[in-house]
Ligand binder design. Structure first.
Ligand code: KG4
Ligand code: ZN
Length: 344
């Protein structure tokens, strides 16, 4: 008889305190997220110390709610999984400490999860026949990377950003345009009705075959556009009409999406990919989803995208990926540490 495997996932890598229980990698029994957006909003970005303190306050109530909502008790949980990299170390450490404590007290195995791999798991969840080889694009606030996904647990990095992540560019451009944090959803909303061809913002492709990204140039281009080339002028956004803001936002969004889609196609060509995976916070962006879908259809590939609710940080993706590590016997021990950068 097949036994169910219920895993408690914990996620505290940035500004969401999250816990979830997932059965057999696919059946979501609970999903609790406490967002800190309001705490960071006035700073226009995540302040690590504030994030850490908020995680400490929230982590146990959130875990308790996740267990309660799942209908299980601690004896029904088979393992504790936690994102231990990459992210803000002062934030990651809160989730890791909670996970270690529960693993010790409940006598359950501990599983370490790479947050980026987990973002891709959100796109793969529930897919029965993943056609290999597969190319995966992760676009979040901290990362913009292309991988060859050899199987659920094996990713090989093909390229990543050499400066800003795509989400970071959305957040910074939103701040230039006086739009609220987080910038991605604000820009997407502001761009509605704007002309995406109004301003020809740069599409940085780097060297001919490069699969790396660079988004600092476009951020500066938007800054110059709003302040004037000499940067001596004031930020004119206050005096701009909604339509003008909409066109800047739409043109910026179109340029970023263009680069992401072109590089993903290059990566897919390089590895002969039949499937493309898309995950991470920026994957919630409708224009990006639509343009990647168009490219996939034109090149006879299948696009798998995380449902919007699982694009931004959550613990379902952590608990889901952990199932495959559990099956493979890949457990962590009490020496598990937080790592700011990803191992791969
Ligand atoms: O994956 P995530 O929740 O956290 C990190 O791992 O970084 O991603 C957050 C990022 C933020 O930069 C946010 O502005 C961006 O994802 N984002 C979006 C959208 N929703 C969130 N970017 C573009 N369009 C969106 N709809
Ligand atoms: Zn993330």
């Amino acid at each position: 008889m097949k036994m169910d495997v219920n895993i408690l996932g914990i996620e505290t890598s940035c500004d969401e305190t999250a816990a979830a229980v997932v059965c057999n990698g696919t059946e979501v029994l609970s999903n609790i997220i406490s967002s800190q957006i309001e705490l960071h909003q006035k700073y226009g970005g995540v302040v690590p110390e504030i994030a850490s303190r908020a995680h400490i306050e929230k982590i146990y109530p959130i875990i308790e709610q996740a267990i309660e909502q799942s209908g299980l008790d601690s004896s029904g949980v088979d393992a504790i999984a936690v994102a231990n990299q990459p992210g803000l170390t002062v934030a990651l450490i809160v989730g890791i400490t909670a996970a270690k404590t529960l693993a010790l007290v409940w006598q359950k195995p501990l599983i370490a999860i790479n947050h980026i791999h987990a973002h891709l798991q959100s796109a793969m969840m529930g897919t029965k026949d993943l056609q290999l080889p597969t190319v995966a694009l992760v676009v979040s606030g901290g990362h913009t990377s292309l991988y060859e996904c050899k199987n659920i647990l094996e990713l090989q990095l093909l390229g990543s950003t050499i400066d800003d992540a795509a989400g970071e560019a959305f957040d910074k451009v939103a701040s230039i345009l006086n739009l609220p944090y987080p910038g991605g959803p604000s820009i997407e909303k502001a761009a509605r009705g704007g002309n995406p061809a109004a301003i020809d913002f740069p599409r940085t492709m780097l060297a001919k075959d490069s699969l790396d990204f660079s988004f600092s140039g476009i951020k500066t281009a938007v800054l110059y556009y709003c302040h004037g080339q000499d940067m001596k002028g004031e930020n004119h956004t206050d005096k701009m009409s909604r339509k003008e803001i909409a066109s800047i936002a739409a043109s910026f969004q179109a340029a970023v999406v263009d680069v992401l889609v072109k590089k993903t196609e290059m990566a897919a060509d390089k590895v002969g990919a039949k499937t493309i995976l898309l995950g991470g916070g920026v994957a919630a962006n409708t224009i990006l989803r639509n343009e990647l879908e168009k490219m996939a259809q034109q090149t006879d590939r299948k696009l798998l995208v995380a449902p919007k609710r699982y694009c931004t940080d959550n613990a379902v993706m952590v608990a889901s990926l952990a199932y495959y590590k559990y099956k493979a016997g890949l457990f962590a021990d009490m020496t598990l540490e937080a790592k700011a950068a990803s191992d791969d």
